[in-house]
Design a protein around this ligand. Structure first.
Ligand SMILES: Nc1nc2c(ncn2[C@@H]2O[C@H](COP(=O)(O)OP(=O)(O)OP(=O)(O)O)[C@@H](O)[C@H]2O)c(=O)[nH]1
Ligand SMILES: [Mg+2]
Length: 332
């Protein structure tokens, strides 16, 4: 699993050498990042409860497994995923493969991390331009996530970025993306309000080709008159991008708001059927007890969570590391 931004992106170049003080700064920085993740997941941690960390496995009977199921379902891990994880843990304990409260908790942590690990967690940047299309219902965090991704691409990977403002439905949408383009030093291709989003996407990819930009990121609308309209429009935007550059979009990220829990899972299903979603950006994990949805999405849809949002700051969007995530949920 990718541990940081340099890790997330496949560039075909050697990983940049660590800073001279890297050896000391590395682990220190990781600890700080982990602490922040743990704090941000506070509400989901509470849903998992202290009981899980301390006393749940002291006595092992039917009640133990029922209670564990309850705790996971509270955290929105989802019934199917929960049944799978708990069933496996129970079987391993019964067969004597795992013994003792602490070992059981550690095995649970491993199983949760395994569940959250599916598919290709990386983003390949070796094509020029690499085209990333970003979709999701309104307010999930598409535009801000694009801004943050662009910032990391510019600052940490020294990549040129062009944004396509294909959300022509909402008046303020283009202004918002424009602010991010200015802030990150990215280019932008925009259309008039109400103009054809497909045309904006087509022009954006065309401009990225002509200007030899490294990465083109296409923002899309989150709300249209009906959900059906929205999915049809996204399909069309996708087709138009492909027409402009065969093989593109190389990455289609679906932004899901974690606070919507199981509803987010249903959205993800619909979008995945309409456009070929290659990764999930799971935002607003800081404001919810439903963080377990990360596991349900991975397990039930087989789509990897590539990025998580744990707050509104720039550094609060980060590559998803399933091990770290599971540890943040249940470690002391
Ligand atoms: N707390 C928190 N807020 C977030 C996170 N990610 C995004 N937001 C906030 O969510 C709000 C909506 O974000 P946008 O990026 O405008 O969402 P959008 O999907 O582009 O919305 P539409 O363009 O209306 O479809 C903003 O206020 C963001 O700052 C997160 O991880 N945590
Ligand atoms: Mg937006």
């Amino acid at each position: 699993m990718p541990r940081d931004w340099n890790d997330l992106f496949i560039t075909g170049e050697p990983t940049p050498a660590a800073a001279p003080d890297g050896e000391e700064a590395g682990p220190e920085r990781r600890r700080g990042m982990f602490k922040r993740l743990r704090e941000s997941l506070g509400k989901t941690r509470q849903a998992f409860s202290a009981e899980l960390r301390s006393t749940l496995f002291d006595t092992l009977d039917e009640h133990t497994w029922e209670r564990l199921e309850e705790l996971l379902i509270y955290a929105d891990v989802g019934a199917r995923t929960t049944a799978k994880v708990v069933g496996r843990l129970e079987a391993e304990v019964e067969e004597g493969q795992v013994a003792g409260g602490e070992a059981i908790t550690e095995r649970l942590r491993e199983l949760l991390a395994e569940t959250a690990t599916v598919g290709d967690a990386y983003i390949d940047l070796r094509r020029k331009p690499t085209v990333i299309m970003v979709a999701g219902v309104n307010g999930t965090g598409k535009t801000t996530s694009i801004g943050k991704i662009a910032w990391h691409l510019r600052q940490e990977l020294d990549r040129t970025v062009l944004m396509g403002a294909a959300d022509t439905f909402r008046a303020a949408a283009t202004e918002q993306l424009d602010e991010w383009a200015t802030r990150t030093g990215a280019g932008i291709v925009r259309g008039d309000q109400g103009s054809d989003p497909g045309a904006v996407a087509f022009d954006a990819v065309g401009a990225a080709l002509a200007r030899e930009v490294d990465v083109a990121i296409i923002d899309t609308a989150g709300r249209l008159h009906t959900q059906e309209n929205l999915l049809d429009e996204l399909k069309k935007v996708r087709r138009v991008i492909e027409k402009q550059l065969p093989g593109a979009p190389h990455e289609t990220l679906l932004v899901v708001d974690a606070t919507t829990g199981q509803n987010g899972l249903r959205q993800a299903k619909l979008f995945a059927e309409a456009v070929n979603v290659t990764g999930i950006v799971l935002t607003k994990l800081d404001g919810t007890a439903k963080g377990g949805i990360a596991l349900a999405i991975a397990e039930e849809l087989g789509i990897p969570v590539k990025l998580i949002g744990i707050g509104e700051q720039l550094e609060d969007l980060r590559p998803f590391d399933a091990d770290e995530f599971a540890s943040a949920l249940i470690s002391e």
